[in-house]
Write a protein that binds this ligand. Structure first.
Ligand code: HEC
Length: 213
């Protein structure tokens, strides 16, 4: 009788040991690096079947999971209805000669601030292509005060800021559209300032100009 009770106790003890060690082994998986997904007792709807982007699919007639936007879909943010403002281009893709914004004193001030932040490191604060980064060995950009650059349409400068140009990176992600136009205005102001004659000074101030010399 005693013998059977002892055996019974041993069995229970073994069972408890087994359960405890299982818990330890499973518990130890936590935080351990594993290729396999963790044991997920209550999956809820955590992982569901899905397609990967651009995967093949037998479900759609064209055999692809990617769908074309519905006809007439318009981008939510940068509106296509005003191509001149957003892209610096006319409907048929030519760059605009004149900026579709007016260069008021405030706009130029904003342009100066943005130019000094985003462009001056390479182009120099006067646009003379002697920015500090060029001193350190970056490819020199063109001097803004040449006939070639003076004759660029406004839309071309806007396009260069937006999309980059050969060795110059694009700045469209850092500089919002309106600020890009403000910078274009400031580049124009720089060009005038470096290529001005006495005729550009208002008449009543010309006398002062002479006396300052
Ligand atoms: C990291 C340096 C760098 C910065 C910052 C930079 N540029 Fe440039 N930019 C260049 C270089 C280099 C070129 C010449 C690219 C080439 O010809 O390969 C260039 C070319 C240009 C040109 C002439 C494009 C042409 O058609 O010849 C314009 C205009 C211009 N940049 C405007 C700007 C303006 C405006 C900004 C500020 C928003 C700016 N850049 C910021 C390096 C820079």
């Amino acid at each position: 009788m005693m013998e059977r009770r002892k055996q019974h106790i041993v069995k229970i003890r073994n069972a408890v040991l087994l359960i405890v060690s299982l818990i330890i082994v499973i518990g130890c998986q936590q935080g351990a690096v594993s290729e396999k997904p963790p044991i997920h007792f209550n999956p809820n709807m955590d992982s569901q079947e899905r397609y990967d982007a651009q995967a093949a699919s037998k479900f759609f007639a064209n055999g692809m999971v990617n769908r074309m936007p519905v006809k007439g879909t318009v981008a939510q943010s940068e509106g296509y209805e005003n191509a001149e403002f957003y892209f610096g281009k006319t409907e048929d893709g030519a760059v605009v000669k004149h900026a579709p914004v007016s260069f008021t004193a405030n706009v130029l001030k904003r342009g100066q601030e943005r130019f000094d932040i985003y462009c001056a490191p390479c182009h120099g604060r006067t646009g003379n292509a002697k920015g500090i980064i060029v001193n350190r060995g970056f490819l020199p950009p063109p001097d803004f005060h040449t006939d070639k650059v003076r004759q660029f349409p406004d839309g071309h400068i806007f396009d260069v800021i937006s999309n980059g140009f050969r060795n110059m990176p694009s700045y469209k992600h850092q500089i919002p559209v309106a600020d890009r136009w403000a910078i274009v205005g400031y580049v124009r102001a720089l060009q005038r300032s470096q290529n001005a004659s006495a005729q550009d000074v208002p008449e009543e101030m010309r006398a002062k100009l002479a006396s300052d010399k």
